[in-house]
Design a protein around this ligand. Structure first.
Ligand code: DAS
Length: 349
């Protein structure tokens, strides 16, 4: 650690000890919350990943009423461009900060497009019960009724809240607190965009968290995965099911090195008769086949219902949407190739 950084950290922790407010670190990665548009009417036309973290913090001075905060700019990208390497880099930084006794909570500002994937990944691999809160915004800070300021304030308030500990990785958007496991971007152009099929965990109002549910699935300190033992994620791809579907995409992904294919099936994870033989052949070559559904918002893929999964040695994604199924498969395959073990993981996480 460089000398100035040591001095800054010592100063920061001394201020905190004097003041007694929780220490929250804000890790910025880009996205709309750091976006800027040409005019106040541009709520949907803007450039993401422009505003640096210190400017984000300065734009919400009330944050300092709930916590001592400092920021780090980890990336400055639109989140549709996240890669597995970005996930690993971010996860390792969060884990290192969470180990620091002078850090009480962590906020990650993030683009909304893949926010749900990052939040789920961290929920699986972080070994801390300190609050980690992922937050974004649907409008840039330059737009009328921008949602980023309040979203960021809420995220810091939750990250500073003692009763947010042990709840896994959280997402605060639009006054709601969601588990990173369930939440997904369900509307692509308004502030009420993030939904959990089983409902939010709670709400954050005027800086106070109100809890109504607890996470039901294994997370953070309760998982068998550990970011500190991960130096890569398995390549996993997703192909959509639809009328007139062909096996071309699945073959191409497998030729590209995919270790598992997520089938985003119609209905209950159904697979077109034109595609089944290709998936069977790919399974025989060692590629894992995981049936998810393109139908999201509640429900789950039932094993052996639409397809004889036991007979084909396939996995079902249970209630995970295809993009979250990819995250779990990418992590799980670093630990096992066994179908039964993979299916256990899809039921538990
Ligand atoms: N492109 C989107 C992203 O970075 C912008 C946003 O909604 O944050 O995810």
């Amino acid at each position: 650690m460089k000398k100035p950084l040591i001095l800054a950290a010592l100063l920061w922790s001394s201020v905190v000890l004097a003041d007694g407010k929780p220490n929250v670190v804000i890790l910025a990665t880009g996205g709309t919350i750091a976006g800027a548009g040409a005019g106040v009417a541009n709520s949907a036309t803007y450039q993401a990943a422009k505003v640096p973290v210190d400017k984000l913090i300065a734009g919400v001075p009330e944050i300092r009423n709930v916590a001592e905060v400092r920021g780090e700019q980890v990336f400055q990208i639109a989140s549709e461009s996240f890669t597995n390497e970005h996930l690993l880099t971010l996860g390792k930084r969060v884990a290192a900060l969470a180990r620091q006794p002078d850090v009480d909570g962590i906020v990650i500002t993030h683009g909304t497009d893949t926010l749900e994937e990052t939040a789920y990944f961290l929920n699986l691999v972080l070994k801390t019960d300190k609050p980690v809160v992922v937050v974004g915004s649907m409008r840039p800070g330059t737009a009328m009724s921008a949602d980023g300021m309040l979203n960021l304030y809420n995220a810091v308030a939750v990250a500073a809240a003692a009763d947010a500990r042990g709840k896994g990785v959280l997402v605060t958007m639009n006054d709601e607190i969601h588990t990173g496991r369930d939440v997904s971007k369900s509307v692509n152009i308004k502030t009420d965009a993030f939904r959990s099929p089983w409902g939010p965990l709670g709400m954050i109002v005027e800086g106070k968290a109100y809890w109504f549910r607890a996470p039901a699935k294994r997370h953070t300190t309760g998982t068998e995965f550990d970011i500190d033992t991960l130096d890569r994620l398995a390549p996993v791809d997703i192909a959509y099911g639809y009328g007139n579907a062909s096996p071309t995409a699945y073959k191409a992904f497998a030729e590209g090195g995919a270790r598992a294919l997520i089938h985003a099936g119609t209905g209950n994870g159904s697979v077109s008769g034109a595609v089944v033989p290709t998936l069977q052949a790919l399974r025989d070559k060692g590629v894992q086949i995981i049936r998810a559904s393109r139908v999201t918002g509640g429900g789950f893929v039932l094993r052996n219902a639409e397809q004889p999964d036991d007979k084909y040695d396939w996995v079902v994604a249970h209630d995970l949407n295809p993009q979250k199924a990819r995250i779990l498969a990418a992590v799980a395959l670093t630990r096992t190739q066994d179908t039964r073990e993979l299916q256990r993981m899809f039921m538990e996480y």
